[in-house]
Design a binder for this molecule. Structure first.
Ligand SMILES: Cc1cc2nc3c(=O)[nH]c(=O)nc-3n(C[C@H](O)[C@H](O)[C@H](O)COP(=O)(O)OP(=O)(O)OC[C@H]3O[C@@H](n4cnc5c(N)ncnc54)[C@H](O)[C@@H]3O)c2cc1C
Length: 434
């Protein structure tokens, strides 16, 4: 290729493509290099996207032909599960089927990423799939391009956007980011289970293309710091389960075994009964939070999305932070193009944009959340069993008075956990999200 561009972007995920669309809109000569056979081929997520944030990049996205929505989400559920039982809390609101339609919706990443990259291509960005970026080209300490795996594959650019995802070998090799520590990432596995749309409608009580998301906490990952999700698509259900990588290496539990057990849980099994497994994928996701974020700019480069460790775990927001950070990186480059200054000082405007936005404000707010879950394994082991005991006691009508039942539950809490430890857990939880 050996060509010169204004901007070279590594990675055609939500971060890279959002930047490419924004740059192409401004007439900036942009190339996106993607190692997958096509954008999305190597990508995986639970599948929830956010209309407001996508709208910042493609204002009329719903009207673009082929927009690959699966279901419009009208209800969000949270489950707290023991091994055999569970509590369910949900919020359903018709506003999300009306004036706030597409506030949250599901997509399949393979389809969505491909469609999204097509929008960048239509606006003039060059997308180069099936090509791995091997290294950054640096001259006098400044990033001036990327070296790809193709013959004559050097691409020179005024600025490089590193959007290569959570593992980000490029940023790590260049010394722009420390290597990922196992306790700062989760390993997630996902299975897509095919079901007829009318069966999904019936099981989740929805119609007209609407759907439900379920976030699942508790004893779903063999006592490890882990969560599950169950999302409705048009004609399938996405079931994913992730746990801290350090916990996986300590326990030697196998993700495949965990998801098989998860599928048999009495709250999960009826929802997927009769379904056919369509695909099974695994991926990391960044969980370290604000304190594990690297410096996001330097001479000739910027870092966006998962590569920058942007993930809001309590709200399972990652793809939208990737999109917005990609857009802000592009806006910074557009400003720098006016002066021709691509130094770290000039590109530091990116950090200002992130700080003034919800991205860094939310990352800071939840900076203690990952550590809180990792340090309090009782959330995943002891507490679910206490909750199950309490649920069974309270809902079993027998000769015992309610006061006797209440005393039994408190006794169980004292014995299994202790009141001071329970109070400490609640207080730490409050501090982690306050
Ligand atoms: C199980 C799971 C569930 C999730 N659920 C949700 C959810 O429901 N909602 C949500 O908002 N977020 C979710 N996320 C997070 C979300 O997927 C990420 O935050 C988002 O994909 C980050 O986008 P990105 O563009 O930064 O990185 P990615 O999507 O990882 O894209 C990076 C791209 O770079 C390419 N690449 C990497 N290295 C190279 C190289 N050397 N050369 C060329 N190309 C390269 C990759 O192939 C990839 O296409 C989930 C993640 C997981 C794992």
């Amino acid at each position: 290729m050996n060509e010169t561009f204004d901007v070279a972007i590594v990675g055609a995920g939500p971060a890279g493509i959002s930047a490419a669309i924004t740059l192409a809109n401004a007439g900036i000569k942009t190339v996106v290099v993607e190692r997958g056979e096509y954008p999305g081929a190597k990508n995986m997520s639970g599948g929830v996207l956010y209309g407001h944030d996508l709208g910042q990049i493609l204002p009329d996205f719903t009207k673009i032909p082929g927009f690959p929505i699966e279901r419009n989400i009208i209800e969000s559920r949270i489950w707290y599960l023991s091994k055999e039982a569970g509590i369910s809390v949900g919020y359903r609101d018709s506003i999300f089927a009306g004036e706030r339609k597409q506030n949250v919706f599901t997509v399949g990443r393979a389809k969505f990423d491909r469609w999204y990259a097509d929008q960048a291509r239509k606006k003039g960005a060059l997308i180069v799939p099936a090509t791995v970026v091997l290294d950054l080209i640096r001259e006098n300490g400044r990033v001036t391009g990327v070296q790809t795996g193709r013959a004559d594959g050097d691409i020179h650019a005024k600025v490089v956007l590193i959007a290569d995802g959570v593992n980000s070998r490029l940023a790590v090799t260049a010394g722009f980011r420390p290597d990922v520590k196992p306790e700062h990432v989760a390993l997630a596995v996902k299975e897509v289970i095919e079901l007829a749309p009318e069966i999904i409608d019936q099981r989740f009580g929805v119609s007209d293309g609407n759907g439900v998301t379920t976030e699942i906490l508790g004893a779903v990952a063999g006592g490890m710091d882990g969560v599950g999700v169950l999302y409705t698509n048009k004609a399938s259900i996405s079931l994913a389960l992730g746990a801290n990588l350090a916990d996986f290496s300590k326990t030697k539990l196998k993700p495949y075994d965990l998801i098989e057990t998860f599928k048999k849980h009495p709250m999960v099994a009826p929802l997927i009964a009769g379904g056919k497994s369509l695909e099974y994928t695994a991926h990391w996701l960044p969980e370290g939070g604000y304190d594990t974020m690297p410096k996001l700019y330097g001479d000739g480069y910027l870092i966006a999305g998962d590569s920058a460790m942007l993930f809001n775990a309590p709200h399972r927001e990652g793809s939208n932070l990737a999109m917005l950070s990609g857009k802000m990186a592009a806006d910074t480059i557009i400003e720098a193009m006016k002066t021709g200054d691509f130094s770290a000082k000039s590109l530091s405007a990116y950090n200002t944009k992130l700080s003034e936005s919800k991205i860094l404000q939310d990352m800071k707010k939840y900076r203690g959340f990952g550590g809180f879950l990792y340090d309090h394994k009782e959330i995943f082991e002891t507490m679910p069993e206490i909750v199950q005991f309490g649920g069974r006691e309270l809902l079993t009508v027998n000769a015992e008075s309610k006061k006797t039942k209440q005393d039994k539950i408190i006794k169980k809490l004292r014995k299994d956990m202790g009141i001071p430890r329970f109070v400490r857990l609640m207080w730490s939880g409050f501090r982690a999200v306050k």
